[in-house]
Design a binder for this molecule. Structure first.
Ligand code: FES
Length: 173
C-alpha cells in the first residue's frame, strides 16, 4: 500500500531544501554583484592608491641582507640591499599565489648558487635582482616595488609597473 502522506512529507522536505539552496545561491550572487557596484561607485581612493609603506631605516639592513614579513598593498613583500642599492619585490608567486622567500644557497638543481627568491609550493625560482623566473611553473616575474629614501627611511611608494601588476591574476583583490 502506498503511503501518500509520507511521500508528501518527503516531497515537501525536498522542496524546502531546494528553496533554501536557491536562496543561498541568490544571496551569494547578490552580495558579490553589490560589492562590484559599490567598488564602481566608490573606486579606490587617492590615499589608498598612493599608500606608502616605511619598510626600514637607512642602514638597518646590511649589504647582502634583506627584510621579509612586511606587505605592500596587501601583498607579502621583500626588501633586499644589494651592493648597488635597495630592491623590493612583492613575493606572491605568479603561479598559484604561494609566498616566495629568500633562499641564500640558491637552487642547485638549475646550477644557481647565489641567493634566489624561492617558492616552495612547486619549486618556483625567481631572480632576486630582477624578479624574473629562473625555474619552475610561474608564468611571469614577480612585480617590483618602487622605493624612495625619505627622512632616513626606505619607503615603498608604488609598483614599478602598475600596468604589469594589473595584468597579473594573482594580484587582483
Ligand atoms: S605557487 Fe609558486 S611555484 Fe606554484
Amino acid at each position: 500500500m502506498v503511503d501518500y502522506a509520507r511521500k508528501r512529507r518527503i516531497e515537501l522536505k525536498r522542496r524546502g531544501l531546494l528553496k533554501y539552496l536557491l536562496g543561498a545561491a541568490v544571496a551569494l550572487f547578490s552580495t558579490s554583484a553589490l560589492a562590484t557596484v559599490l567598488r564602481y561607485l566608490w573606486p579606490v581612493s587617492e590615499a589608498e592608491r598612493m599608500e606608502v609603506v616605511e619598510v626600514a631605516r637607512l642602514g638597518e639592513i646590511p649589504v647582502g641582507g634583506f627584510k621579509e614579513r612586511w606587505s605592500f598593498k596587501g601583498f607579502p613583500a621583500i626588501l633586499m640591499r644589494h651592493p648597488e642599492g635597495y630592491k623590493a619585490f612583492a613575493v606572491k608567486c605568479t603561479h598559484l599565489g604561494c609566498t616566495a622567500s629568500w633562499r641564500v644557497e640558491g637552487w642547485r638543481k638549475i646550477g644557481v648558487t647565489e641567493p634566489v627568491l624561492f617558492c616552495p609550493c612547486h619549486d618556483g625560482v625567481f631572480d632576486h635582482r630582477t624578479g624574473a623566473v629562473l625555474a619552475g611553473p610561474p608564468p611571469s616575474p614577480i612585480p617590483e616595488i618602487a622605493l624612495e629614501e625619505r627622512g632616513g627611511r626606505i619607503v615603498a611608494v608604488d609598483w614599478n609597473d602598475p600596468d604589469y601588476v594589473a595584468s597579473l591574476p594573482m594580484y587582483q583583490k
